[in-house]
Design a protein around this ligand. Structure first.
Ligand code: FAD
Length: 250
């Protein structure tokens, strides 16, 4: 049985682009319909493979932003300047186009709604994608797990899923969301990067023993994880996903 599950994750599946939306000026939301897709655990990612007419292929990893759903998954793709795969997924790709995916992949950076403890999410930019899956899965399962999200982006226009997260924040026992802007700001507040004060104000205290999920560019993840450790969080409860360069070409 386990062998069949592994084989399933390693099998390339045809995916049809069913919806595209510009989430921010630099990030596109990509919805894929995938026959044979059984769902995922929040936090997991897929490999996406593009194939050119001459047979040249290119593969990159993308986190799944949707709640677990059979036959459908949503990605958030940030355009990397000169990027081969993001340039296509967040560029000329159109609804109805086909790509291939395999997964779900990853077994450590995952959260299951039946886990009761507090959950601290910290995202840098598009690193919000797998954390959004956790936020959505919590709502889908009506999980009572306390959840806080601290998200660092360039400016208010760069907030991914802003409306949906605001709605989550308004629910009784909803997710507590804090935005930090590194450049532009809101309501006259000064731009800032996450620092010990931000962590102290916006995150669960170490004494509450949250499980922490940190995701974003490598430098951001290392800074945020170090701030959590400095604030007394158990390193064994900090899970990190780094969005460094991935994949290959052939
Ligand atoms: C587990 C995992 C999950 C990921 N999930 C997401 C996701 O949900 N959304 C998303 O947008 N990206 C995600 N990424 C990053 C993604 O896999 C690609 O690396 C990214 O889209 C760039 O690929 P590209 O083909 O466009 O660029 P490439 O053609 O590979 O690279 C172009 C140039 O950009 C540099 N570069 C490549 N990747 C990055 C990067 N991530 N940051 C800064 N510079 C880079 C390269 O060194 C090169 O100079 C994830 C990465 C990992 C490891």
């Amino acid at each position: 049985m386990a062998g069949a599950a592994v084989l399933g994750r390693l099998t390339w599946l045809e995916a049809t682009v069913s919806d595209l939306a510009e989430e921010t000026p630099t990030t596109r939301r990509v919805t894929l319909d995938v026959d044979g897709w059984d769902g995922h655990v929040p936090g997991q990612h897929v490999d996406v493979r593009l194939t050119a007419p001459d047979g040249y292929t290119s593969t990159r990893s993308y986190s799944i932003a949707s709640a677990p759903t059979p036959r459908r998954l949503e990605l958030a793709v940030a355009r990397v300047p000169g990027g081969e795969v993001s340039g296509y997924l967040a560029g000329p790709m159109a609804e109805g186009d086909q790509v291939e995916v395999r997964g779900p992949l990853g077994g450590w950076f995952v959260w299951r709604p039946e886990e009761p403890g507090p959950v601290q999410l910290i995202a840098g930019g598009v690193g919000l994608a797998p954390l959004m899956s956790m936020v959505r899965a919590r709502a889908q399962a009506d999980s009572p797990a306390p959840m806080r999200l601290l998200c660092s982006v360039r400016d208010p226009a760069s907030r991914l899923y802003a409306r949906e997260l605001a709605q989550q924040g308004r629910q009784p026992d909803g997710v507590d969301v804090t935005w930090v802007y590194t450049r532009g700001s809101e309501n006259g507040a000064l731009p800032r990067r996450i620092d010990p004060h931000v962590v102290q104000d916006a995150a669960f205290a170490a004494s509450e023993s949250p499980t922490c999920y940190v995701c974003g560019p490598t430098g951001f993840v290392e800074t945020a994880a170090a701030l959590l450790v400095d604030a007394g969080h158990d390193p064994g409860r900090i899970r990190a996903e780094r969005f460094g360069p991935t994949g290959g070409r052939s």
